[in-house]
Design a protein around this ligand. Structure first.
Ligand code: URA
Length: 216
């Protein structure tokens, strides 16, 4: 796996993430969603630089120009519900992409720290031979990402896989590195060192789905 981790780069990404973490700013759900969306836009642009490309010629009013464009057979697949603002940010840039949605949740056993991942809804086009952008803002344990990927494979084998995430843990990164194909790319704005016993990233930012939609 090729990991593109922007944690230590000073850039606007850090501003967006810092606002998302900040308890005095993150209460503004609209701003929180917009910040996730902005991270999606920046990571889409970065990702577009390494996608397979095609040579095309464009006709202008004054002539023609040869150009190089990223492939168009892109499917964005997000994990409900926290994935929705990130999905929108990516779709803002990959605006011709197909879209897929999967619902997955953590089922805590006896309300304890142990949990299983339940995938209970999927709407997706065929993925056979396409470029899959697999989207979840929080790459905490990596287990949700892997469970969703296993279910998605029933819809065909993508040619290229790019995981796009806002914030991850070192453990989550190691997990996906181990369980995804070697040629997968991971694009992530920031990585924290720790996970707590309930699988939350520390210091992290809290529950991204609740913060994005003002639920508890
Ligand atoms: N999901 C979240 O929303 N936050 C975490 O820290 C981990 C998983």
């Amino acid at each position: 796996m090729t990991i593109h981790d922007f944690t230590s780069q000073s850039s606007l990404l850090n501003q967006f993430i810092t606002e998302m973490r900040d308890v005095s700013i993150q209460k503004d759900a609209m701003r929180f969603r917009r910040n996730i969306e902005r991270v999606g836009e920046v990571l889409s642009y970065e990702c577009s630089k390494v996608l397979e490309n095609t040579n095309e010629t464009v006709t202008t009013p004054l002539g023609t120009k040869d150009t190089i464009l990223p492939v168009k057979d892109v499917v964005i697949c997000s994990i409900l519900r926290a994935g929705l603002p990130l999905h929108q940010g990516i779709l803002n840039y990959f605006d011709q992409a197909e879209n897929a949605f999967v619902s997955a949740y953590r089922d805590h056993i006896d309300d304890g720290d142990e949990f299983e991942i339940v995938v209970n809804y999927m709407a997706t086009p065929s993925l056979e031979g396409k470029t899959l952008l697999l989207v979840d803002p929080m790459l905490a344990t990596g287990r949700t990402m892997k469970s969703v990927y296993d279910v998605l494979l029933r819809q065909g084998t993508p040619k290229n896989i790019h995981i796009i995430s806002v914030l991850g843990s070192t453990e989550g990164l190691n997990y996906v590195k181990k369980h995804f194909p070697e040629d997968t790319h991971l694009w992530i704005a920031a990585v924290d060192d720790q996970l707590n016993s309930r699988g939350y990233i520390v210091p992290g930012l809290g529950d991204a789905g609740d913060l994005a939609y003002g639920t508890k």
